[in-house]
Design a protein around this ligand. Sequence first.
Ligand code: SAH
Length: 594
Amino acid sequence: MMASLPPPPPPPSFHTSLLTATDCRGHVHLILGSSPLAAARANQSLSAGATPVLIAPRTSTPLHHGVQRHVDSGALRWLRRDFDDADLRTLGRDATDGFVDAVFVTGTGAEEAARISGLCRRLRVPVNVADSPALCSFSLLSTHSDGPLQVGVTTNGRGCKLAGRIRREVAASLPPGLGAACARLGDARRRVQEEDRAAAAVAAATATEKAERAARGDLDDSVDQTAAFNRLVAAGSDYKAAKNRRMRWLAQVCEYWPLKRLAAVTDADVDALLESYPGGISTTAAAADQPPSPSPSPRLGRIILAGSGPGHPDLLTRATHKAIQAADLVLADKLVPAGVLELVPRRTPVRIARKFPGNAERAQEELLGQALEGVLAGRTVLRLKQGDPFVYGRGGEEVDFFRRRGLGARVVVLPGVTSALSAPLFAGVPPTQRGVADQVLVCTGTGRQGRAPEPPEFVPSRTVVFLMALHRIVGLVRELTTHVEIESEGEVSGRKEEAAGIDGPASRRLWPLDTPCAVIERASCPDQRVIRTTLRFVAEAIEQEGSRPPGLLVVGGACEALYTPEKGRSWTVEDGFEGLGLDDAFVPGIAELA
Ligand code: SAH
């Protein structure tokens, strides 16, 4: 079937640029020519905090009004003469020995523009020539600015109109207020750092004072010193732990919160964010451990434990959608897709789990405490989980939690489309296919307390889907393909004893290094990415391509059931999600436009 297809067209050739953001405050920018473009360049230069200098001879025609306005206000210095090569070396700042920081050529003849461009390049002065990409050492992006947030687009010389259009569409898709949110979260980050520095200084000063008092004999060794010492250690480690937790929490908020929610961040949110989670469980979680009410009363509310699917909101079940409409309170896990949270009516409060490595237990307690409070107060609480609630979603534990409190009858569980089976589908990998794979194993790459779980044995007709595995891909591949001792001592010895009854650990069948595999990230989200490779290269591919959580790993021949790898390539990357193919939107083709 593949042989009858025509060969694919050769990929278009193009170059891409290194996109950077230049802090231009105090820089001197030369603008040559007085066309309307000069006004635009002066505006851009001024808004980036630079000092533009215009060089253009006095002519009988008046300056463009935009340029004139800047000259009149004193923001733009106008040298009324022709450009002189020495200007490049003399009009700049002392800090750059008089060299200017950038040159914008806006209105000279082509030959002169080429000459100036060559001169600038020789002197390492960045140069931009209007409408001549070949003469530019840098180009300007079509930008959207909102407070400290800037989004820039370039087509690398393929058309600024197109770049402008794309920039507008990108900007329009961003929620209002995102710039202010960047500023707020940036402040929060700075505050965390400052508080941490201050805490470190206090800890150090206290230690010194204690040491000095001890040296002077002010401390009664037997009574105080060890206690003081212990306290200090505890204070130090507490502060370090708190610091880690806050920074991680902040990072995770930025990674996982829906942009809309991020854009609506308030000062109160930031204050909550900066809570340092001192030891012990939170007050709401403590309430969770109160004695249960003996039997459900008519005043009790309900808990709906529902799966929200892998990402695309159309993958919600109708049941979960109904639950979203009906809930009085939504308690969502961190990974619940943004598109799903957007379906929650505005009146319904939404809380997102503060889950990050090292805080999973606490986040879980916090949410369960809130859920319990809600149900006891007669509310319908929706516990929204990503994918399916019973597939690595702690759904079973939650049901158990409510049962033990006599609330089992108040719990409803609704399934969701699990990423374990749908992510492969969206990557074109059928986990079972006759003649290729007749079994699917879903497992986790991370065991309890971060330990490595037992690696699954190689079975040629088996497809293995690893969730929560990509962060330790190197170890995982090693365990699958070689006989290694597993990280945790307890587990290793346990396994040895158990294995002794059979053939010993070396009998586990290993996965060949050329077993096909695929890394599927953010399946069914607009930024879905699929890396197709083999076990030999998968760790290197992830290291080079970076990660885009959440993602999973599929291993087995099924990865090549519908896909033929390109010869000579260690891996391929497919970026973007084609959608479900059900959109109603009608986009006219060229024929309709004609
Ligand atoms: N209950 C969820 C799984 C929760 S465990 C479900 O049924 O899908 C979280 C792991 O699921 C992540 O570490 C990742 O491995 C996987 N995952 C979740 N959503 C994903 C997605 N959209 N694309 C790829 N992997 C995903």
